[in-house]
Design a protein around this ligand. Structure first.
Ligand SMILES: [Zn+2]
Length: 450
């Protein structure tokens, strides 16, 4: 049976009672990280080599901060440091100039708590009650061997047997993350293909190989983003500028950040869930995603100009979260996710194939200077991504003569030349399942046409 690792973020219901203990433990993790990093840098400058996680652990295991933590939790810190070095080496090898080596966990001279990892032997989960070991030293001092947390586990979570628990600092408080192995559907829902173009005004535009398109309006999220940006700005001192030295956030500001994250997640969960359900229903076995690098940067390296709305929110826009959520939900359903380069997909006419160097997009419409077609710009992008992927497959199959087993039965020739108007899904904040079919409508048919 195939499985996938999923992480469920859970609120801690009795946070006010356990926050102090978690703060102390999280602080010990940061301090231990700094101690281990200091050691690693020493060894590196003396020998020119990075010590292994095991050697680092041996070197710091008598340290004060090591002993303030349960053994497995302390080991997780040294392992994490080792991972951080490994990933930095990897980035450097790939020529990423922005990669930086692991740094001390310190901000403005102050050490703040970091994530606390508990391995299987360090916790027990019974229903929603989580019991955490405090470690020998702290247990002896306080007379309390365990810390008891009451979790709000998401109802759809399959969290009976987590492999790991992570306590994560989050907006001044803590969140419990349960890392679980979940079984994955082993059969593809079908041999169809869907492509997804990700954007701002339209969060996602999906072209299905059965000849339909749907789009997910991002305006519901955008309105929220504006609201929170405005309210958070009000909490800052009058002389505050982006990048100015950080002051401790007020309680209200922290609450706003929390609320914003929660709203984003709610929105993105609903949208990705709806896309995956529609794919299952339409027999889609492969989802092709435009490579999102194109959203933040053009091939030339210049920032892409999205107009007033786009530029304002571009950097805060949660594309990565969207992709992550879509990927894991698709995987659970047995759907393969493939990334293709978005290069030229927004500048090519999906009807005649002409590449407009200076494509005109007016009010969300792509206007082709060659054939005169006007198409919804995002639908045009999604259809082009689909074309690109299928053409790639066909090319590969003629080169290899034997048809590769891709689980795809569609060819470019099967697709419509002119695609129908997209079905528009809007987000309704008031409803428990805002993108859900209501009153016996077919899934995906909940939205009105523009
Ligand atoms: Zn054209």
């Amino acid at each position: 049976m195939s499985t996938q690792t999923l992480t469920y973020a859970c609120k801690i219901k009795n946070l006010d009672r356990v926050a102090d203990a978690l703060d102390r433990m999280g602080l010990a993790c940061s301090k231990l990280w700094n101690v281990a990093l200091y050691h690693t840098r020493q060894v590196w400058s003396e020998t020119g080599e990075i010590p292994s996680a095991y050697d680092t652990q041996k070197a710091v295991q008598d340290h004060y901060w090591y002993k303030r933590l349960p053994t497995h939790t302390a080991q997780a810190v040294t392992q994490e440091l080792w991972q951080a070095y490994k990933s930095w080496f990897g980035h450097r090898r790939n020529g990423n100039p922005k990669a930086r080596p692991p740094r001390y966990r310190k901000r403005n001279g102050e050490v703040s708590p970091s994530t606390i990892t508990f391995k299987r032997s360090g916790f027990r989960l019974g229903g929603t009650a989580l019991r955490l070991s405090r470690g020998k030293t702290v247990a002896a001092e306080t007379g309390e061997q365990f810390l008891f947390l009451e979790l709000a586990i998401p109802p759809e979570a399959d969290a009976s047997d987590p492999r790991q628990v992570r306590l994560v600092p989050c907006n001044g408080g803590w969140e419990a993350h349960l890392v679980c192995e979940v079984s994955v559907a082993t059969e593809l829902p079908g041999e169809g293909v869907a492509s997804v173009d990700v954007g701002i005004i339209n969060l996602a535009t999906v072209a299905y190989s059965n000849g339909t398109t749907e789009l997910y309006s991002g305006r519901g999220l955008l309105a929220q983003e504006y609201y929170f940006a405005k309210e958070i700005a009000k909490c800052k001192p009058a002389d505050w500028r982006p990048g100015s030295r950080k002051k401790a956030a007020s309680e209200r500001e922290r609450k706003l950040h929390r609320k914003r994250t929660q709203r984003r997640r709610q929105f993105l969960h609903a949208a990705t869930r709806h896309i995956v359900n529609t794919c299952i229903e339409k027999g889609i076995g492969t989802i092709v995603l435009g490579d999102l690098k194109g959203i933040r940067q053009q091939a030339s390296g210049e920032s892409r100009n999205h107009g007033k709305v786009g530029n304002l929110k571009l950097h805060a826009w949660p594309f990565d979260t969207f992709v992550q959520m879509l990927t894991y939900k698709a995987k659970l359903a047995g759907i393969t996710i493939i990334r293709v380069s978005e290069r030229n997909t927004s500048r090519t006419c999906s009807i005649c194939g002409y590449l407009n160097a200076n494509s005109r997009v007016h009010r969300g419409l792509y206007i082709c200077s060659e054939c005169g077609a006007t198409i919804n710009a995002d639908v045009n992008g999604a259809v082009n991504i689909l074309h690109k992927y299928l053409q790639g497959l066909e090319k590969a199959s003629t080169v290899n003569s034997a048809k590769p087993s891709t689980g795809v039965s569609v060819r470019v020739g099967d697709l419509p030349t002119v695609w129908p108007e997209p079905l528009v899904n809007r987000y309704d904040w008031g409803k428990p399942n805002p993108f859900w079919p209501r009153g016996g409508e077919r899934p995906g048919g909940t939205a009105c046409l523009q």
